[in-house]
Design a protein around this ligand. Structure first.
Ligand code: GLC
Length: 435
């Protein structure tokens, strides 16, 4: 009887604990602030799938048997990988953080994990810990490091199969979530104890169970609490396209600007948080992992335009690169980093550390705000006069580049700016000093 009451009490108290509101620590709030000020980060999708050179979904899309797929590891030798070179090129682009795929859906771990031999050190002739090298370079060069971590796994027996991974040769669909959950948490513990300060864990893949008839319990809160216990300043983000869960510190949008849902992936009621930092991720070409048949990189102008619109909504842009199997970043990606770097060197003060501008992004461009400065970013080269629906008083309007005055007048709808020709500029910035 006593035992019954005791266990009933324990169940009740664990219910109250798990449903408690999440209260982020001071360190966490500070980390959110620093993250939010970056406005620009680089995503890296790298794993043994880069050898197939068809992106990171190829195993599932082509029903590659998991054991056959795994044999690729024995041929993975990225001899040109140089973490310092990667980090330098990324830092020079003006990015404030790197989000690296520690383990993608194929289940291959890019660090020396003790939880499985299917990792860069034990399963490849290369034998060196990629994450260690990257973490050392990031810490040395002073840039935040975030880890992407897949909730779903196409290889392991204990992962309960969802809507993907049906053709890779698994017979048991049920798996053993308790076992898998422990595995994930042990891996996360390694990632958060062996590689110094980690800026965020970026989860992906729980949408794999969206179609379940009985809602799948991922035990997120328990996992998030573990992360925050190990590193209170480590932010938690989850690419679930749904409303924020307690314990999440960032809201993520995939290939989509916050609030737009152009992909149609966002679930009803997901909303846009006015509390958490926002991040939108996108590709440079069309794929996350290296895809040899896709050289269609967006132009630097298009990428910068997207960065401006993202900043105009008060969000960060996480722009992706899929490195080659030899360990190099594709030449096109390096070229784009370089171009973005040139822009950021000159204009980062109008992007980094800003808030969403007073006027939401439009076809002509976007606005960002820092204190009493409203930066009007005009990306449409034909816009020669612009009426902004501003209610506050404008004290001064100047061209950011030349510091010359720009004529403006008050209108019933707001403020009308008369602009110079700016055909030669990707981003023509007017600095409005407001009251
Ligand atoms: C999707 C894809 C995945 C990619 C991610 C990046 O969830 O499944 O391959 O890593 O988007 O946003």
């Amino acid at each position: 009887m006593r035992n019954f009451f005791l266990s009933a009490l324990l169940v009740m108290s664990s219910i109250t604990i798990s449903s408690q509101d999440y209260v982020p620590t001071e360190e966490n709030l500070q980390s959110r602030k620093e993250f939010d000020e970056c406005r620009f980060g680089i995503f890296i999708h790298w794993g043994i799938y880069s050898m197939l050179a068809q992106g990171e979904w190829f195993m599932n899309e082509h029903n590659i048997n998991r054991w056959e797929y795994a044999k690729m590891a024995d041929g993975f030798y990225p001899h040109h990988f140089n973490a310092n070179d990667w980090v330098r090129a990324i830092k020079d682009s003006g990015a404030g953080y790197i989000t690296f795929t520690s383990r993608h859906h194929d289940g291959f771990s890019m660090w020396d994990t003790e939880q499985s031999n299917y990792n860069i050190v034990d399963a490849t002739p290369y034998g060196k810990d990629i994450i260690k090298q990257l973490a050392d370079a990031c810490h040395e060069q002073g840039i935040r490091l975030h880890f992407y971590y897949s909730h779903l796994d196409w290889r392991r027996d204990d992962y309960p199969m969802g809507r993907t991974g049906h053709g890779v040769g698994k017979s048991d669909k049920k798996g053993n979530f308790d076992h898998y959950f422990k595995f994930m948490n042990n891996q996360l513990t390694e990632l958060l104890t062996k590689y110094g300060k980690i800026g965020a864990i970026w989860f992906d893949g729980m949408w794999d169970h969206d179609g379940d008839s009985v809602p799948f319990d991922w035990r997120l809160r328990e996992q998030y609490d573990l992360i925050h216990k190990l590193q209170p300043a480590c932010l938690v983000g989850n690419n679930h396209h749904d409303k924020i869960n307690p314990g999440e510190d960032i809201q993520i949008f995939e290939r989509d600007l916050p609030g737009q849902n152009t992909t149609g992936w966002i679930k009803e009621g997901a909303g846009v948080s006015d509390q958490l930092p926002l991040e939108t991720c996108n590709t440079m070409n069309g794929m996350w992992g290296f895809k040899i048949t896709d050289p269609n990189y967006k132009s630097a102008e298009e990428m910068i335009g997207y960065l401006i619109k993202t900043a105009g909504l008060g969000a960060n842009l996480l722009l992706n690169i899929g490195p080659q199997p030899n360990g190099e970043l594709p030449a096109m990606a390096l070229e784009r980093l370089n171009d973005i770097g040139k822009y950021m060197k000159r204009y980062s003060s109008t992007i980094k550390g800003t808030k969403a501008g007073d006027v939401a992004p439009q076809d002509w461009g976007a606005t960002t705000r820092k204190d009493n400065h409203l930066y009007v970013h005009i990306t449409n080269k034909d816009t020669l006069s612009l009426e902004l629906p501003l209610t506050g008083k404008v004290k001064k309007a100047i061209e950011f580049d030349t510091q010359k005055k720009v004529p403006f007048k008050k209108t019933p709808a707001g403020v009308l700016l008369t602009l110079n020709e700016h055909k030669d500029k990707m981003d023509y910035i007017i600095d409005l000093e407001t009251k």
